[in-house]
Design a binder for this molecule. Structure first.
Ligand code: NAP
Length: 330
């Protein structure tokens, strides 16, 4: 075991913010839990906030950034995991108040760890990552609400991003008609390749803000929030639901009660970070099974730790198409 490891770190020292690659002592990870040789990580929107001075997400300094990690167990204080097991860990305090995954090593409590499901590789687990897991949680929430294939078109917003692109793929794989909303006109063919039937310009959802618009969608996965979510709620069919997880388009929701009381629509909140571990493991098993997203090779963008800074800047402005896969060993 080396004495140090390489990590992407955000820190505020004496009020001065900085970020970049550092060599940290292994003791910085503390003791106990599961020590993991991280092989792959990814870059999520939340990481761009944790690695930014004004993001108000990081709760410790220094912080190894990265809410997602996958690799091989080196040590474990739990009988559930043994050296050599392939595992992943995401959410909870990881990459926020506990050192995260953009690093060669991580140590996390055993009840944050998920064994890699059969049929999913470390690469695939991190192409999916928290964003894709959130897409899967959103689909499960819509299914729990009663959504079945054939119900009508399902709208996915922020469709070229992490949550959106995986949601398009999962929903299309389940046999749904998927309408992808995107601000990137050049990505229409790419989205159709993932399974979208139709691609609309994101402006369509916000240009005529009325409490009720034609009832069009049998369900929706939204990671944009703001005016996009308000426009989407106004277009849900009677009894339909939207699974809402994000706020890249704004945190304020300016809508009326009319879609809720005249069409009986539902707003389902999605929080991936706090999912109880038993449910997290169950949803990952489903990701390896009936929810398995296809087209992951088209979604993935391979980078090394040295490229993380540019990726964080790109995702901060909504510029990413697909998912970064970080080889933390490179
Ligand atoms: N609740 C949870 O547990 C959870 C988990 C994961 C992520 N999230 C949240 O979900 C959101 C998306 O995360 P992500 O990792 O998928 O990020 P991402 O890869 O950056 O995707 C976000 C997408 O939103 C669209 N977008 C960006 N700026 C926009 C704007 N001003 N107005 C409308 N659309 C805009 C873009 O897609 P187009 O160009 O295609 O429109 C962008 O690619 C973030 O807010 C993140 O914090 C929440």
């Amino acid at each position: 075991m080396p004495d140090t490891f390489t990590a992407y770190v955000a820190r505020t020292d004496d009020g001065v913010f900085s970020r970049g690659i550092e060599e940290l002592p292994v003791e910085a990870l503390g003791t106990g839990g599961v020590l993991i040789a991280v092989h792959r990580s990814t870059v999520n929107y939340k990481d761009s906030l944790a690695a930014s001075e004004k993001g108000r997400v990081a709760r410790i300094s220094p912080l190894v950034v990265g809410i997602d990690l996958a690799g091989e167990v080196l040590e474990s204080d739990s009988d559930e995991f043994r050296p050599g097991d392939l595992v992943m860990a995401s959410g909870y305090d990881i990459g926020v108040a506990h050192h995260g995954g953009l690093a060669q090593l991580a140590r996390v409590p055993a009840d944050w760890v998920v064994k890699l499901p059969e049929g999913i590789s470390l690469d695939e687990a991190m192409v999916i990552g928290t964003a894709g897991y959130t897409a899967a949680l959103s689909v499960v929430a819509l299914q729990d609400h009663g959504l079945l294939p054939g119900a009508g078109p399902i709208l996915v917003t922020g469709a070229t991003g992490g949550v959106g692109s995986v949601a398009v793929s999962i929903l299309a794989g389940l046999g749904h008609e998927v309408v992808a909303s995107s601000g990137k006109a050049s990505a229409a063919d790419w989205l159709k390749g993932l399974g979208a039937t139709t691609v609309i310009d994101r402006a369509e959802l916000t240009e005529t803000p009325k409490p009720l618009m034609p009832a069009t969608y049998a369900g929706a996965v939204d990671c944009v929030g703001g005016d996009t979510l308000a426009g989407l709620v106004a277009r849900l069919a009677p009894g339909a639901a939207v699974a809402a997880s994000g706020n890249t388009g704004g945190a304020k929701l300016d809508t009326t009660v009319l879609p809720f009381i005249l069409r009986g629509v539902s707003l389902l909140g999605i929080d991936s970070a706090t999912t109880p571990i038993a449910r997290r493991r169950m949803v990952w098993d489903r990701i390896a099974g009936d929810l398995r997203p296809h087209g992951l090779d088209a979604i993935r963008r391979d980078i090394a730790l040295a490229d993380v800074e540019a990726a964080l800047d790109e995702i901060a402005v909504g510029g990413v198409q697909g998912r970064y896969l970080v080889d933390t060993t490179a």
